[in-house]
Design a protein around this ligand. Structure first.
Ligand code: PGA
Length: 249
């Protein structure tokens, strides 16, 4: 059985007091002590770790591709590891498009994260034009191939993949369950091509893009959708918990 998980991505939101309140609400609402992670502003990691109960993992939204040294403003994989951070998002479409992160940079970030015992959440997904042109499978496949061809089977065991079509992020428009499943099985087959059946079957593949309590159960009913990466809806403790519960129902 592969691990199912719902991960929240707070992006550049919340003040420290709002962040603490959100974690306190999650502590209370997560009655089943289901494992989850929230990717928070790095500045708050320590304070939130001290507050979160054991089942709520505090992760990072980004990491530097460089090891250490004169890189003003960057946070290294070794620093995250020294803070007991487990999960880090890499290659989110906002990093790719707004901050010009290339497949090469993303692959460097994956490599350095694995070397520092972090669990990368490798994000991929196509823009609306690519979806409309019909070559989205090929597009997403290339994003995944670029990283997977540089890592080992053992590395793959520590990676989560998140499929997030850009046209569904923050837009209120979700991919239908069938649209998401089509891409998820395609991604799983790419993992299979690189590392074989057993590792592909164990790889957790999350869907992201306007996941809400109202559409979560339908998405999670698909064979290859193992959870979600949730943006907007993770900023409300109750809706985030409802999504987590839908994944375990
Ligand atoms: P959204 O964001 O749930 O607000 O669409 C998802 C994401 O960007 O991870």
């Amino acid at each position: 059985m592969r691990e199912k998980i719902v991960i929240g991505n707070w992006k550049m939101n919340t003040s420290i007091s709002e962040a603490k309140q959100l974690v306190e609400e999650l502590n209370k609402a997560n009655k089943n002590n289901t494992k989850t992670a929230v990717l928070v502003p790095s500045l708050y990691i320590n304070a939130l770790q001290n507050l979160a109960n054991k089942s709520i993992h505090i992760g990072a939204q980004n990491v530097s591709s460089f090891e250490k040294g004169a890189f003003t403003g960057e946070i290294s994989a070794a620093m995250l590891n020294s803070m007991q951070v487990e999960y880090v998002a890499i290659g989110h479409s906002e990093r790719r498009t707004i901050f010009n992160e290339t497949d090469n940079i993303i692959s460097e970030k994956i490599k350095i994260s694995l070397e520092n015992n972090l669990k990368p959440i490798l994000c991929c997904g196509e823009a609306l034009e690519v979806r409309k042109a019909g070559d989205f499978l090929d597009f997403v496949g290339k994003q995944i191939d670029f990283v997977l061809e540089k890592i080992t089977a053992n590395d793959m065991k520590n990676i989560i993949i998140a499929y997030e079509p850009i046209w569904a992020i923050g837009t209120g428009e979700t991919a239908s369950a069938a649209q998401a499943q089509e891409v998820h099985i395609y991604i799983r087959n790419i993992v299979k091509k690189h590392f074989g059946n057993e590792i592909a079957d164990k790889t957790t593949i999350l869907y992201g893009g306007s996941v809400k309590p109202s559409n979560a159960a339908e998405l999670f009913a698909e064979q290859d959708i193992d959870g979600a990466l949730v943006g907007g809806a993770s900023l409300n403790a109750q809706s985030f918990i409802d999504i987590i519960n839908a994944n375990n129902g």
